[in-house]
Design a protein around this ligand. Sequence first.
Ligand code: HEC
Ligand code: HEC
Length: 481
Amino acid sequence: MLTKIEIRRHRHWLAGAILLISLGSLTGCDRDKPVAVTKAAPGPIPETPQRPGDPQAGYDVLVNRAVVTCGLPYDAYVAATEAETFDPASDYVLAGRRGRNAELPYALTAFTAESGVELVTSNCLGCHAAPLNGELVIGLGNEFLDFTADPVMAVEGAGAYVDTDAEAAEWQRWADRIGAIAPWSMTDTIGANPAQAITLALMAHRDPETLAWSDEPLLPPPSVEVLPASVPPWWNLGKKHAMFYNAEGRGDHVGYMMLASTTCTDSVAEAREIDAWFKDVRAYLATLEAPVYPYPVDAELAAEGERLFNRECSDCHGRYGERERYPNELVALDEVGTDPAMAEQAYRHTERFARWFNTSFYGRNAEAQPGLGYVAPPLDGVWATAPYLHNGAVPTLAALLDTRERPTYWRFESASPAYDQAALGWRHERLGQGREQFASLDEQKWVYDTSRRGYGNQGHDYGDLLDDQERRALLEYLKTL
Ligand code: HEC
Ligand code: HEC
């Protein structure tokens, strides 16, 4: 479906900055009636029916519709792009892109605002599509995104190319929103995704009932300590009863998915229109399938691994193949032992945002229920989704199965590393110390430092009880999922 071509150069920073206006995750405040937030208990997550939709139409929304309804004037985008002397970047062409969109990098979408000004904005695929063996795979989380630069600089830089008064007004609206959320849209490590913090910061600026924007926050904003998240693959959504690592997203998935585009959705009427498209998006996501492992597999060893998996792992992760089942287990933090910061933050410190969500348009068919644990995810296509755990702290599956193999400090071997068929993950390098060993920020940002809060690589030690041969067999089996 997808073919790779070279597209004319585009500014990475610009794409990055525009990307920030869209996001991905959680969930403020009915000032009159404080609504209690239900906290989810560990255990099986109940199923709730999802609204039907048209997958084909959903794909069209993803590649052609602007769901973030503010952006950079197109003419300024072109001028800024041409003025920059970047190396020509390769991009990927998506089937079915129409009009101007057919010329833009896949993570950007063009549309005409009510003012008549044509704008360029980001779409979901900036985070939720990534190259794999020369093809762009929709639904694979991009684990190489760089959110370390201050987006305000990029926005101001592009502002220099804005021409007419109408363009200036559109640019200003976009710039104001980016400015308001900038502190929550930065992390200092490549791959660490700030989508959750950005979403909460946006909620703080919006009335949950009318969705009207307020330049002054209406709720205390979240902490500017932005915790890292890895981007989960979309192809698991069809199996999952709740969205997000902590299973907070209960009920209709569409309400949460739309939150990912609320930078400029300023009225219920506008949200309603986007909601109508998004049931189709959800239907499309549910049709996605995991990519197949493209290298050789030792079938005998994998069969031994399957027996082990069904004994040691399937209570939490389910079974695959003919007798497929997926238990949808929220596993308590004490049990899984992985870095608790993300789940604890939603459970203990940011309840006001779950309340905002539950009283808002977005929560009318859905309910944010933070839980003190993490979901044991489906492992379909897990070979392709390195680095592992909710925070992306563990670079390979081999290291996930043996805690002694997990590096405290590591970095990808390059900006587009080769696949490591022995360890199952992107080739990386262990480092003896943290980021301080490098002089420049450009080098420092590549260092994943698991000693920092939220970045921990501890826990999930279920593989430690096995011997080397058993771990080899399990790895072989994981290739086949
Ligand atoms: C800035 C990056 C970013 C953008 C843009 C983004 N997302 Fe996400 N998305 C994430 C991250 C990170 C998570 C994981 C959050 C969590 O689980 O707490 C996520 C989670 C999700 C999930 C839940 C997956 C699961 O298994 O629980 C869905 C569905 C989703 N996003 C859909 C969308 C859609 C649709 C859009 C566009 C409107 C979008 N996202 C835009 C980063 C992003
Ligand atoms: C008690 C439940 C439980 C058992 C048993 C268990 N896991 Fe997990 N597993 C989890 C949870 C919960 C997570 C998510 C943890 C997080 O993200 O912090 C997870 C995460 C993973 C991941 C990372 C997925 C990703 O995309 O990041 C892999 C791979 C995995 N488990 C494999 C296994 C294997 C193989 C076994 C058997 C040896 C196993 N697990 C046993 C609960 C369990």
